[in-house]
Design a protein around this ligand. Structure first.
Ligand SMILES: [Zn+2]
Length: 222
């Protein structure tokens, strides 16, 4: 027997044998449920409820587990707004309360799609793309993607060190006057344009990134 064959046989003997299973078997609940959640509002609400509470729903305000789904008396279907009632504090709530979906009327199926697109796209996804694919207005798509990006941002952002360069700029706004010498940026009306501040360091290890961080913050948010 040839040496390479012998090594191969001996190596294979050391590998524990796998249990037989179906090839391509879907083991992820999220992958299985997400397409339906992106297409149907009731499926999207149930998807979010399952992700948040699992099999033990509770009140987001008082954390009481004595809660029930509100249903239509005639049909027995779930309430049109997918409300829950808590017997502990005697208040109504939805799965949106206390999450980034709160204070938003964008259907949860679009939120599901936004998260899916943001997670599966290598280079991120633009609000314009979400607008085209969901039918939302650009303003709504931009608002939704801002919240999704904020939720997906790493919490333990490393502080910049070494030589840090900081600069500000103004985006948007209408020019003060019409004519050939229209001022852009700082020269526009302050109330309409959005100030941004960026920070940049060049003292990061060259093996990772020369310019490690570039953070833009709304100046009026501090
Ligand atoms: Zn409660």
């Amino acid at each position: 027997m040839r040496l390479d064959r012998l090594v191969c046989v001996k190596y294979n003997d050391t590998i524990p044998k796998k249990k037989p299973g179906k090839v391509g078997q879907n083991k992820s609940e999220v992958v299985h449920e997400l397409p339906a959640a992106c297409a149907d509002e009731a499926a999207a609400v149930e998807f979010m409820e399952k992700r948040r509470w699992g099999d033990a729903p509770s009140c987001p305000r008082c954390e009481d587990s004595d809660v029930n789904q509100m249903r239509d008396r005639k049909t027995g279907d779930r309430n049109g707004r997918f409300l829950w009632r808590c017997r502990g504090c005697d208040r109504q709530y939805t799965v949106r309360i206390g999450t980034l979906f709160e204070d938003s009327r964008i259907p949860l199926r679009h939120w599901c799609y936004g998260f899916w697109a943001a997670c599966s796209s290598k280079k991120g996804v633009s609000a314009k793309q979400i607008q085209r694919q969901t039918g939302l207005s650009y303003k709504s798509a931009l608002f939704m993607m801002h919240r999704i990006r904020w939720a997906m941002a790493p919490c333990d952002v490393e502080k910049l060190s070494g030589t840090v360069e900081t600069d500000e700029t103004y985006v948007g706004g209408k020019p003060r006057s019409k004519g050939p010498h229209i001022k852009r940026g700082r020269g526009t009306k302050k109330l309409k344009c959005q100030p941004f501040v960026g920070h940049l360091t060049k003292d990061w290890p060259a093996s990772s990134h020369c310019m490690r961080q570039s953070v833009a913050l709304r100046a009026d948010d501090g």
